[in-house]
Ligand binder design. Sequence first.
Ligand code: NBP
Length: 484
Amino acid sequence: MSQAEIGVIGLAVMGQNLVLNMADHGFKVAVYNRSYDKTDAFVRQRVEDRPIVGAQSLTELVDQLARPRKIMLMVKAGDVVDRLIDDLIPLLSEGDIIIDGGNSLYTDSTRRTQRLKAEGLHFIGTGVSGGEEGARTGPSIMPGGDVAAWPAVKPIFQAISAKSDGQPCCDWVGPEGAGHYVKMVHNGIEYGDMQLIAEAYHLMRQGLGLSVDAIQAVFADWNQGVLDSYLIEITAELLTFKDDDGEPLVDKILDAAGQKGTGKWTGISSLELGVPVTLITESVYARCLSALKSEREEAAQRYPASEVPPLSESETRAMIAALHDALYASKIMSYAQGYMLMREAASEFDWDLNYGGIALMWRGGCIIRSRFLENIKQAYDQNPSLNNLLQAEFFEQAVKQSESNWRKAVAFAVTQGLPVPAMSSALAFFDGYRSARLPANLLQAQRDYFGAHTYERIDAPRGERFHTDWIHSGGHAQSGSYEV
Ligand code: NBP
């Protein structure tokens, strides 16, 4: 019997669907799961005439694989991955490849790449996006790690990945934890996109008093234009669902959001690298705030919202248009921030990232897939060394066209007392980014006053530091200043 081209460990929702996808593309797959009953049930119920073989032990799995062996882990991220690597190392030979396709933290993938290299093995840490459906029909795949392993894995990954305009939504991302880093930023952007949609929904429902059906129609309409995306599409679809009593199901869902951590990791990384990824971080905080349900209910009694006169029909229509533009402009800020973060990470970790390629990888298969990503890809195709998305002509025009409506929507939310942390922080970021002068001069003066932290002057070369004796100089700052 011929040997399998790849082994997959972990037969939960992602693993099973990836295996079926691989087999449908003609790759023979050996599968193993910690609890054998799952392997047995999978092979009996799902395999049919597909080239899939089950293994009862890791040794049996390894023996079924052609060399160099390629073993993909689709298990819970964290210690489980390290323990499996521990168990696999003694069974493998030089040049064999372990791939981790779970949602691992990028620093773990960097560590694992180095560890396996020292053992004469290769490691690939890859982001896989698209959930169950993506895994089955074509996910977005973002591999990084040891590039020496890429030629052996590439044909399988590019075959099973989603395609956008005929191109695979999978390409080499970069060394060490670069693949998982890019997947982490993808997930952070997903948090931002979801929060922006939720804010638009909330303003329409609570601020404009629209019915769920009316909001459904707005999202369906928005999905025909520049906001065309998977997340807007599924929002329009889920708003059609009714509960047993005929009421919209969405109204019956408790407003306390869960999270698994990748948005938080993006926020942590942005703080570590000093990049203002405000919109994603606010989206994480918005979920945290939503989780304080009983405290919010109590505060709602204590601080009731003030009455605001309702908008007229024409004002309502205008506000829906304003919300559209606010969502679009905020989304541009979110992606600009995400790309700023990846650029800084690439510089910090010495990774050479292909930014246009990343947009292509996100263009299909994954949760944030959208028409918009094509514009990002084009911006990087036109200028591969683009420093910031906001410097690209297309986005400059888009922001300028949306700006006034964006302000109108945020102002409406503020007047209504409705929270729009993502839209408003996106606007604050934009206003900060486009300000040649910020009040950081005052911050520097305060820091120098209480902590002698020094400051730079606008009339001296950058890097030259000054300190003023603010307390004893009697208000004559210059007289007390000196170069540090
Ligand atoms: P889960 O994240 O729910 O993990 C379940 C799998 O991990 C099962 O195969 C389970 O084996 C195995 N496992 C556990 Br738990 N502990 C183990 C151990 N100590 N040793 C060996 N195996 C162990 O599965 P999933 O939802 O399919 O996700 C797989 C990976 O893909 C995760 O890292 C996830 O974050 C990532 N991911 C998920 C999605 C999604 O939409 N679900 C999307 C993108 C990425 P058992 O059957 O014996 O318990």
